[in-house]
Design a protein around this ligand. Structure first.
Ligand code: MN3
Length: 263
């Protein structure tokens, strides 16, 4: 028993000694996990070149991130450098060595045989994206001026009624397609929708007119940022419309058709 007591005493002394010699703990800051890196490496639109052929890439008149926050940079990059490039390359393949090579894209579309599905999709895709991409600007939005504004008020009632109508056309387009502002030969404006890569220049698709403004409602145009909320993308689109270009297109169409003067 005595031995046990001695052993316990020695043990206690050792414990006290050990605890006295323990290094004093100091409080340290545990670093928080680093914030997720959100910087995306973007390419340069000027590096995107179509394969040799009759049709070339339209230079993008702004950077991929210019339309943020309304249209995100990654969507713009994929749209221009993958989808648009794909349509041009296929179109060049189709027209290569044929009489179509010498025609403008508008001439190809106006004389299109709808049964020629590959040409229909790729000629449409090329033309539609040129119009859509050139319709946009970081300094866009607001309302048009001049004869286009007067025509919008005359034909829709007001700019806000026009906006509502184009948004409705875009939102009700089932599946992939486009919403358009078009003018007829008299200068009258309407909005129309088309499926897939069809457009109002194609014969016998049920809508006609000279396209002035194109709104891409394929999922690839908005899904990364807006997922299923197409209406939010459509609403955002109005903030980046380059009305100067649309006005110019409208005035040119008036001259070409010598229409009734729009008051
Ligand atoms: Mn598209």
């Amino acid at each position: 028993m005595k031995n046990v007591r001695i052993a316990l005493s020695i043990f206690s002394v050792v414990l006290i000694f050990t605890s006295c010699n323990e290094k004093k703990l100091t409080e340290v800051q545990v670093p928080l996990p680093e914030e997720e890196v959100t910087t995306i490496q973007l390419g340069n639109p000027a590096d995107i070149i179509a394969n040799e052929g009759a049709f070339k890439m339209m230079p993008l008149p702004y950077s991929y991130d210019a339309l943020e926050p309304y249209i995100d940079a990654k969507t713009m990059e994929t749209h221009y450098s993958k989808h648009h490039l794909g349509y041009i390359n296929k179109l060049n393949e189709i027209v290569s060595g044929t009489t179509l090579e010498t025609l403008t894209i508008e001439e190809i579309l106006k004389s299109l045989d709808l049964e020629n599905k590959t040409l229909r999709n790729n000629a449409g895709g090329y033309y539609n994206h040129n119009l859509y991409l050139s319709n946009l600007s970081s300094k866009g939005g607001g309302e048009p001026t001049g004869s286009l504004h007067a025509a919008i008020v005359k034909d829709f009632g007001s700019f806000s009624d026009f906006k509502k109508q184009l948004a409705e056309t875009a939102n009700k387009q089932f599946g992939s397609g486009w919403a358009w502002l078009v003018t007829d030969k008299t200068g009258k404006l309407t909005t129309v929708g088309t499926a897939n890569q069809d457009n109002p220049l194609m014969p016998n698709i049920g809508v006609t007119g000279t396209p002035l403004l194109a709104l891409d409602v394929w999922e690839h145009a908005y899904y990364l940022k807006y997922q299923n909320k197409r209406n939010n993308y459509v609403e955002a689109f109005f903030n980046v419309i380059n009305w100067k270009i649309v006005e110019k297109r409208y005035d040119e169409s008036l001259k070409k058709n010598q229409p009734i003067k729009v008051q």
